[in-house]
Design a protein around this ligand. Structure first.
Ligand SMILES: [Zn+2]
Length: 121
């Protein structure tokens, strides 16, 4: 399995990553930021770390895990950057979120697996 990483920021050890301060977009629509932040919060925990990450913009404690949706992987605190600091994420990722939510909303549901097993436990 290969996951595409997003939301990792530059540091002295890894200087070639983006600086979140340069991605702040004060005009980013709040309802879209809420949707993106909620999506990020509902990912599945992929890895849990001992140390807490600090927000690069305000210094607050900002998670200690990596989250995934099976396609992307991001730091647990990425939603904080989106909702609190309006740090804009790539348009491709926003499109992925809308496509994924629409796909789930429109999915057909097969109840036969459950019906075949629910009474055999
Ligand atoms: Zn912050």
């Amino acid at each position: 399995m290969k996951l595409s990483a997003l939301g990792y920021w530059s540091s002295p050890e890894v200087p070639n990553l983006p600086d979140p301060a340069r991605l702040v977009d004060a005009d980013w629509d709040e309802s879209e930021r809420i949707l993106v932040s909620d999506y990020l919060a509902r990912g599945q925990v992929a890895r849990q770390f001992m140390g807490v990450s600090r927000c690069r913009l305000c210094g607050s404690a900002n998670g200690s895990a990596e989250m995934t949706d099976g396609t992307f992987i991001w730091p647990e605190g990425l939603g904080h950057y989106v909702i609190q600091h309006s740090v804009r994420l790539p348009r491709d990722f926003i499109g992925h979120i809308f496509a994924r939510l629409a796909e789930l909303d429109e999915a057909s549901v097969d109840r036969s697996w459950w019906m075949a097993r629910a009474f055999d436990v």
